[in-house]
Design a protein around this ligand. Structure first.
Ligand code: PXP
Length: 236
């Protein structure tokens, strides 16, 4: 199973000050040097974290695969065709949400999504659909021409450690089986952390996990001691 790291929150921190630190490109390089097999960045309509130039710079500098997360809009399709990332992951996007809340409604937008994907696939970009792990969404995803789905693990993550955990886990496992039977490759992500990620290894043939928040959160504490020591050395 591969690990894609989502670096959006590096850009969130940078944008809080409006300068250049911390640099998402440098973050991507550190991720790659330490086991990430792809770098995910979500270019949101409001550019609240990753910006257009970040995507272009990432495409130029990273050595692994760039996975561009984006909404199903003409603007994003144009950018994807220009930048040509290794893959795109199509997600629903609401302006007010803090993070991607639910999966894409492929059932309700089958024609729109199928047509949206055509030029991307023709340009050689792999397409993944971020969907809830339900039978109807998976069956619809298999009709679109996308090669991958990414199962939304938010519900499993929230249920972890509660009586609902097993049901949510089985649901993911069944969903993955169905997707494979329909010829799709399967990624998963959202809300995965250092505890709940362990069980993902019990799901056969999961291709890649995309993880952001828990890794960046942990990095703050694994790096804080060194950062303070370095400054204290300069100050004393
Ligand atoms: N996959 C998708 C499609 C996402 O939208 C997100 C959140 O940006 C993630 C994975 C990563 O989620 P988290 O930050 O909770 O690890």
């Amino acid at each position: 199973m591969l690990l894609g790291v989502n670096i959006d929150h590096i850009a969130t921190l940078r944008n809080a000050r409006g300068g250049f630190e911390p640099d998402p490109i440098q973050a991507a390089q550190i991720c790659e040097a330490n086991g990430a097999t792809s770098i995910t960045a979500h270019l949101r309509e409001d550019r609240r974290h990753i910006m257009d130039n970040d995507i272009k710079a990432l495409k130029k500098s990273i050595k692994t695969n760039l996975n561009l997360e984006m909404a199903v809009t003409e603007e994003m399709q144009k950018i994807a065709l220009e930048v040509k990332p290794y893959s795109v992951c199509l997600v629903p996007e609401k302006r007010q949400e803090v993070t991607t809340e639910g999966g894409l409604d492929v059932v309700g937008q089958l024609n729109k999504i199928t047509n949206f994907i055509i030029p991307l696939v023709e340009a050689g970009i792999l397409v993944s659909l971020f969907i809830d792990p339900t039978e109807d969404q998976i069956r619809a995803a298999a009709k679109t021409g996308a090669q991958f789905i990414e199962m939304h693990t938010g519900q499993y993550s929230r249920a972890f450690g509660t009586p609902d955990e097993q049901d949510e886990f089985e649901n993911l496992r069944e969903a993955s089986r169905l997707a494979h039977a329909l010829g799709l490759k399967v990624n998963a992500g959202h809300g995965l952390n250092y505890q709940n990620v362990q069980r993902m290894r019990q799901i056969e043939d999961l291709y890649e996990l995309n993880i952001g928040h828990s890794i960046i959160s942990r990095a703050v504490f694994t790096g804080l001691a060194q950062a303070v020591q370095d400054m204290a050395d300069l100050v004393k």
